[in-house]
Design a protein around this ligand. Structure first.
Ligand code: ATP
Length: 202
């Protein structure tokens, strides 16, 4: 269970949100919604323990993040806005780097799942934007983490990829996992909970 408690965030002297509280339970998918610049990425970074809130705290399994940081990083898969991969490595090498304990056969399978069969041995910086995104997303197929925090996972992904990724996210929650994500695309998922960050007037 993840608790966001009374979170406030100020960036560049601008208050993005204040007093934001919510809980994410096993089996839930939560979409952080809001316009460009509303603070969605800022919130995800705070939830992932990568940035500090002005006020408030984040708890994982009932414990504040600073106390449980090691366990949290075992339980969390974070895919940021940027590709989240090492571009000088190949797709396969990326999966080996980020998931060193995964079985070799599962890495190949993950690359096949995201449509990268035949592109495994090419340096990622020579792949298209959508293919680069798919390398990062392949990590979901190897993930044993309970909590996935995903910033714009559908960016640059074609319709087939969107369907496949949506199914993967749904499967994760059906297996008791949690997904917190941002996306500007409509999500074809029945029970996604939305948290709206309201636009603040200057
Ligand atoms: N590290 C930072 N330093 C200063 N300002 C920042 C920082 N990160 C974000 N901001 C500002 O905070 C605001 C919210 O940015 P954020 O990336 O969280 O928005 P967003 O809702 O994810 O937007 P988008 O939908 O465009 O991705 C923006 O005005 C941005 O300029």
């Amino acid at each position: 269970m993840l608790d966001a408690i009374n979170l406030s965030c100020i960036r560049d002297d601008r208050e993005l949100f204040r007093g934001l509280s919510f809980t994410v339970l096993p089996g839930e998918m939560v979409q952080i919604a809001g316009k460009n610049g509303a603070g969605k990425t800022s919130l995800l970074r705070i939830l992932a323990g990568l940035a500090q809130a002005e006020e408030g705290e984040v708890k994982w399994q009932g414990e504040g993040l600073p106390r449980i940081r090691y366990q949290y990083h075992q339980d969390l898969l974070w895919l940021g806005h940027q590709a989240g991969i090492k571009t000088v490595l190949t797709a396969y090498e990326n999966l080996r780097f980020y998931h060193p304990h995964s079985a070799e056969s599962l890495r190949w399978q993950a690359l096949t799942e995201v449509g990268l069969a035949g592109f495994e041995d090419i340096a990622v910086n020579q792949l298209s934007a959508g293919q680069q995104r798919r390398v990062a997303l392949a990590r979901l197929w190897l993930s044993t983490q309970k909590l996935w925090i995903l910033d714009e996972p559908f960016t640059a992904i074609d319709a087939t990829g969107v369907t496949k990724l949506t199914r993967k996210l749904t499967q994760h929650t059906e297996n008791g996992g949690m997904v917190i994500l941002t996306t500007h695309q409509p999500l074809a998922v029945d029970n996604v909970r939305q948290i709206h960050l309201q636009e603040k007037l200057a």
